[in-house]
Unconditional design. Structure first.
Length: 454
């Protein structure tokens, strides 16, 4: 059993002091007792650690390499995607495992206890399946075995190059599966989790309404009926237009009309919604997966957080392209996008809670739900997904209650994070992952070789 004692902790029912937290060997919190005498590991500030609900780990390797204006007169998401696809011709299974390990380590150091990996590269360059159809899913699981992150693995069903069902383009050839292949791949991916701790789990991710047909979406949803179901919904204007041209409705409108969208669904991006779609999504119980840093980097647009949260909608945070892995910055970017658009302040705060508190607590709750993970708050029965902030950090010294989270989100950064536990596994100590040297060494070697090949 692990015993922690926190000078202040954000519990399910609010801030408490002198909190004793007991975590059992299964990784579940057994007891939470405020006003306790100090015993066990002393912590200044203890928070529930969020899930990073949307990642494509391999894209980290291209961070900083796609910021030059391309040959097209207007550089857009679609020119970025071309560069990303070229990159894909060179990635080996070892590369993917090494990059993913580094990404997961950085996520843990940023305060995320778990990740939902939206995993869509399945085959060899050229499109031939590996001898083990789920080879690359196994590599994601192997990375998680090393880093200890709580993994929700989301194998992606990807069939077409667009809504007109054109064949996959050269850059997409590693993604495609027939429904029969996908069933086998999902089984293989599920088996790969057998080596991981019991909190790791499987879900399903039909890629988008561009990449799967309506019958594929229904098929994917039927494969794992009790598991998380994630889909990219409405990120780009051109995507919305394409879906409307072929399905007769905008993506959110079509999905809400044709599927019983509920708590099992996680809808990624949603940067292109009309006001009534925002209201309907909020009422559905689904989680919207926001990736504010990537959405800024790609020029996707601004999510209508004010009306969505005002209507009681659930959201979580993902690092998507992993161009930068930074929990506090994701939340800050989300809030600042609303301020810049509406020319106001404290846009996502509430009458009861400060902006930092409202953002953090809702992102933690939504992320857990989207990952199908028994976490999201510090309470008995929840997984021990926890993070500790350094009470001596310049901007945290002397702060209590919601001001702690406001300082973390708006004045500080992830260097304030000193310890992180994933289902009780103590993986970050003193701000550094316990296997940092090995993981970083392998990543450096991988990247040197990869750059030479590209
Ligand atoms: Zn994505």
């Amino acid at each position: 059993m692990t015993v922690l004692w926190a000078r202040q902790a954000l519990l399910a029912d609010g801030w408490r002091t002198g909190v004793r937290v007991e975590i059992g060997t299964s990784g579940t919190i057994d007891a939470v007792v405020p006003d306790s005498p100090p015993e066990g590991q002393r912590i200044a500030i203890l928070l529930p650690a969020p899930v990073n609900l949307h990642s494509h780990a391999f894209q980290r390797a291209a961070a900083g390499m796609t910021e030059r204006r391309g040959p097209d007169p207007r550089d857009t998401f679609w020119t970025w995607r071309k560069l990303m696809y070229r990159f894909l011709d060179h990635l080996t299974p070892d590369d993917i495992e090494a990059i993913t390990g580094c990404v997961q380590m950085e996520m843990l150091e940023a305060g995320y206890a778990a990740v939902a990996e939206f995993h869509y590269i399945h085959h060899q360059p050229g499109g031939t399946p590996y001898a083990n159809l789920a080879e690359l899913s196994c590599r994601i699981a192997a990375a998680a075995a090393e880093t200890g992150i709580g993994l929700t693995l989301l194998p992606v069903l990807y069939r077409y190059g667009g809504c007109d069902r054109r064949p996959l383009g050269a850059g997409q050839i590693r993604f495609g599966c027939s429904p029969e292949q996908f069933v086998k791949l999902l089984d293989g991916a599920r088996s790969s989790l057998a080596e991981l701790p019991a909190d790791c789990r499987i879900g399903v991710a039909p890629h988008s309404l561009r990449a799967v047909g309506p019958e594929d979406l229904a098929f994917a949803a039927s494969l794992a009926p009790d598991s998380p179901l994630h889909i990219h919904l409405a990120e780009q204007v051109a995507e919305v237009e394409e879906v409307r041209a072929y399905l007769g409705a905008r993506p959110a409108e079509w999905l809400l009309t044709n599927h019983a969208v509920d708590e099992r669904w996680c809808l990624i991006h949603c940067t292109q919604l009309l006001p009534d779609e925002t209201q309907r999504l909020a009422a559905s119980g689904a989680v919207v997966g926001l990736c504010p840093i990537t959405e800024s980097n790609l020029g996707d647009g601004i999510f209508d957080g004010v009306n969505y949260l005002g209507a009681g909608g659930h959201f979580g945070i993902g690092s998507d392209s992993n161009v930068r892995i930074a929990l506090s910055e994701e939340l800050r970017t989300l809030e600042y996008s609303q301020r810049l658009r509406d020319r106001g302040r404290a846009m996502l705060g509430t009458a009861e809670y400060s902006t930092g508190r409202a953002l953090f607590e809702r992102a933690v709750g939504g992320g857990a739900k989207a990952a199908g993970r028994r976490s999201g708050a510090i309470r008995p029965g929840a997984l021990g997904d926890l993070l500790a902030l350094d009470g001596e950090a310049l901007d945290l010294a002397g702060k209590t209650g919601d001001e702690v989270l406001d300082s973390f989100v708006f004045a500080g950064d992830d260097r304030m994070i000193c310890d992180v536990w994933s289902a009780g596994r103590h993986l970050v100590k003193g701000g550094r992952h316990i296997r940092r040297e090995d993981i970083v060494g392998r990543y450096r070697t991988t990247m040197t070789k990869l750059r030479a090949r590209i």
